[in-house]
Design a protein around this ligand. Sequence first.
Ligand SMILES: Cc1ncc(C[n+]2csc(CCOP(=O)(O)OP(=O)(O)O)c2C)c(N)n1
Ligand SMILES: [Mg+2]
Length: 335
Amino acid sequence: MATNIRRPDAETRRAMLRSMLRVRMVEEEIVERYGEQEMRCPTHITIGQEAPPVGVSAHLRQSDYVFSAHRSHGHYLAKNADLPAMIAELYGKATGCALGKGGSQHLVDLDAGFMGSAPILASTISVGVGVAWAAKRRGEDRVVVIYFGDGATEEGAFHEAINFAGVNRLPVVFVCENNLYSVHTPLEIRQPNRAIHHLATVHGMEGEGGDGNDVEDVWRIAGDAVERARADGGPSLIEFATYRWKEHCGPLEDVHLGYRDQAEFDSWVEKCPIVNYERRLTDEGVVDTAAVADMRTGIADEIEAAFSFAKESPFPEPDALARFVYPEPRAGAAE
Ligand SMILES: Cc1ncc(C[n+]2csc(CCOP(=O)(O)OP(=O)(O)O)c2C)c(N)n1
Ligand SMILES: [Mg+2]
């Protein structure tokens, strides 16, 4: 595989640490406040999985498109989508990014190129491929990134869509976050003993796997894939090994349920993508304690403001309920 980019510079490394911290701190605040029962939507927390969205997004432009699924907060935030609008969406408010109608699983910010998340597994993979096809036909300089979990690769729609992307050499980067589980079912009893990214070969594209808790490994692999897509070199399927710390859906711990054991859980917490990266950058003199403290303070202020905005915003008016169920005529369009 051609490798054009090898190491991020100091500024990129600091930005990636900050971006991972920001995702983690937003998620921790949601966890903290979820029990107040004001966020009434199912919410899939991404703590532990911060490195893939941040390492991938470091290569993306605002004009590039991102699609996601149910566990989407990291993908949305790393693409510089609107934080207050995301929190307002979780609170079901009219100022939410989906006008308060969607909740955590239907985030969208077209201005940021975050084209949408949806919880029907693999549904956004097909949509993303269609959008990439349109971009290629129109000659747009645009890369489409589609995130999904290991479970989504068991859907027929995944195979149909990536096959189409391979045949038509579409500018897509398929990013699989393999956290070893689909809800409570381990990967080893769901799929043959082979890496998910090996499916790339049979669908006619490049594939590579990496350490999804090491943001620089993600950055290196994603850099190759994004470059290839931009240079009309076709799609890639990249896979990152990572781990979810919270229950499948909701803010709680769940090791006591018995589908995963404490030793496995602890070994992944040891591999925390943020603690280890902060230590590494500190050791290498790229950040110091004061700089990280400043990052935390700035992020905390931003989060506080976003939650205040969400809480103070109004709920949608009742007559908004039926809006956008069907496409609405555009202003000035002929009857
Ligand atoms: C078509 C479809 N089938 C089943 C579900 C129920 N479901 C929601 S999340 C999930 C597991 C997804 O696992 P994975 O893709 O690995 O993502 P993760 O939750 O691990 O991030 C399932 C089966 C669904 N949303 N859509
Ligand atoms: Mg999974």
